[in-house]
Design a protein around this ligand. Structure first.
Ligand SMILES: Cc1cc2nc3c(=O)[nH]c(=O)nc-3n(C[C@H](O)[C@H](O)[C@H](O)COP(=O)(O)OP(=O)(O)OC[C@H]3O[C@@H](n4cnc5c(N)ncnc54)[C@H](O)[C@@H]3O)c2cc1C
Length: 435
């Protein structure tokens, strides 16, 4: 278990249990917790470890033992495999470079079959073997097979438990102790942003009840958010996208809202996963659209009226109040509203000496501060904003060329920006009461 960190609605786990039952063998789950996950900060580790006791309990309810060891995940899996001599190893998929590398090492080191299950998508990425050009190219392919995957799966229980004497040694699943033994620093924890499957379900219920009915018309409003705020839980695998999709489909909300939400959750999210899985340059400017790279190169030497250093940007000290508020919201709360993320990244392009620097700054800030950072959606979102990925050319202008431009004035008119700025100021002073 690496990406799909949950004990229920987990297709990789379901397959392991079903095969274990068919072979009359027990199932164990192995989790390697590394302090060296690229870019991960203390806030991300807190979110992750807080979810682990629930995973352990959900697995125990299914007669499955969780073995957690601290170390490189591939080494941990190979080590435990050496001890328990499994008939078969099953893992969840992860399209990111590091995730693929771990799985490659496990595949190389095992002498038994190793099966990967795409457990964190609705439609498996194998349906899209080539890099998709845009939402309009992947959408019909998704809709063609969607009904096949919009299905409830059971949560089977393992028939046979591993005898206690044969359970491999592992760490105790205690969040504070695990966090301490990792010695991770970096960007600090966010007190009221809790990880874990139960919190993910609470957010889903809140979304269905209070926000989904208004999603189609008010999703661009950041004060208060009308979106699900489930991206970090999806990133950490605390909830299955299929669980969310089915709950939304069957919610009885207006079809317009259901369709708008499923477009984001399935089409946009899986387009981002396709980008990361099929484009080796997903975290560099080079991964952007060819037309985008061409137009940015043409405007490379355009004068930049204002340049800000990475430090000034990080501190949210530009002359743009809306941008500063977005940056500070991200630093303080580990999140930024989707609409503001687009504006935020585009301004970094405008204020940086060249597009490569802009891309690197945006990615670094996004991945360190956003609780959902280091995710395919982040790589695709930044490539979209700065390099036109999955977008089309717009009217030509300075610096941006034909990359879509967003002005502060028009962005600020799309929602109540004064209320948003004042909310972030209250957050800074510690006087804002989150809902
Ligand atoms: C510059 C930039 C950076 C971004 N960085 C990240 C990131 O690091 N991690 C991340 O998960 N998302 C990122 N996004 C995409 C999007 O902003 C977030 O997924 C969304 O804001 C999360 O809020 P929510 O869960 O309330 O979304 P909802 O509106 O409730 O949507 C439900 C789910 O659909 C998916 N989704 C929504 N919008 C998008 C989108 N534009 N592209 C792909 N999937 C989407 C997400 O998984 C989201 O949780 C970025 C977008 C941009 C423009």
């Amino acid at each position: 278990m690496q990406r799909a960190k949950r004990g229920r609605d987990n297709p990789a786990l379901n397959l392991a249990i079903s095969v274990g039952n068919a072979l009359k063998k027990p199932v164990i789950v192995v989790f390697g917790l590394t302090a060296n996950y690229p870019g991960a900060q203390r806030r991300h580790y807190r979110f992750l470890v807080d979810g682990l006791p629930e995973v352990q309990d959900a697995l125990a309810a299914r007669n499955v033992h969780l073995v957690l060891r601290i170390g490189d995940p591939a080494d941990v899996v190979l080590c435990v495999a050496e001890e328990v001599r499994p008939a078969l190893v099953i893992a969840d998929e992860n399209p990111l470079r590091i995730g693929m590398e771990w799985r490659r090492l496990v595949a190389e080191g095992l002498s038994v079959p190793f099966v990967l299950v795409d457990a964190d998508v609705v439609v498996p990425s194998a349906h899209f073997p080539k890099e998709e050009f845009a939402a309009r190219t992947i959408r019909p392919k998704i809709h063609k097979v969607l009904d096949l995957y919009m299905q409830r799966t059971g949560n089977p229980r393992a028939h046979i438990a591993l005898p206690p004497a044969e359970i491999p040694v592992g760490e105790g699943i205690e969040p504070d102790a695990l966090l301490n033994s990792l010695h991770v620093g970096g960007v600090g924890e966010v007190a009221d942003y809790r990880g874990g499957p139960a919190e993910a379900m609470r957010r889903l219920q809140r979304f269905l009840k209070d926000r989904l009915p208004r999603y189609a018309t008010e999703r661009n409003e950041p004060t208060p958010y009308m979106t699900s705020e489930l991206s970090a839980h999806l990133h950490f695998g605390h909830i299955s996208p299929t669980t969310i999709a089915l709950a939304v489909r069957d919610s009885g909300a207006a079809q317009e809202s259901i369709d708008a939400f499923l477009e984001e959750l399935i089409v946009r999210r899986e387009l981002a996963i396709n980008f990361v899985a099929r484009n080796p340059d997903y975290d560099r400017l080079e991964g952007c659209a060819a037309w985008g790279l061409k137009t940015l190169a043409k405007h490379r030497d355009d004068p930049r009226p204002v340049l800000y250093s990475a430090e000034t940007l990080e501190r949210g000290e530009t002359s743009d109040l809306l941008w500063n508020a977005a940056q500070k919201e991200m630093v303080l709360t580990g999140r930024m509203h989707n609409y503001l993320r687009m504006y935020w990244a585009k301004k970094i392009l405008e204020w940086s000496p060249d597009p490569e620097t802009a891309f690197a700054i945006a990615l670094d800030l996004n991945d360190r501060y956003e609780m959902d950072g280091r995710d395919p959606n982040g790589y695709a979102g930044i490539a979209w904003a700065i390099g036109g990925k999955h977008d089309r050319p717009w009217a030509e202008r300075q610096i941006f060329g034909t990359i879509r431009f967003m002005s502060g004035a028009s962005t600020g008119r799309k929602f109540d920006s004064a209320a948003y700025i004042s909310r972030v100021q209250e957050l800074e002073k510690g006087t804002y009461l989150a809902t």
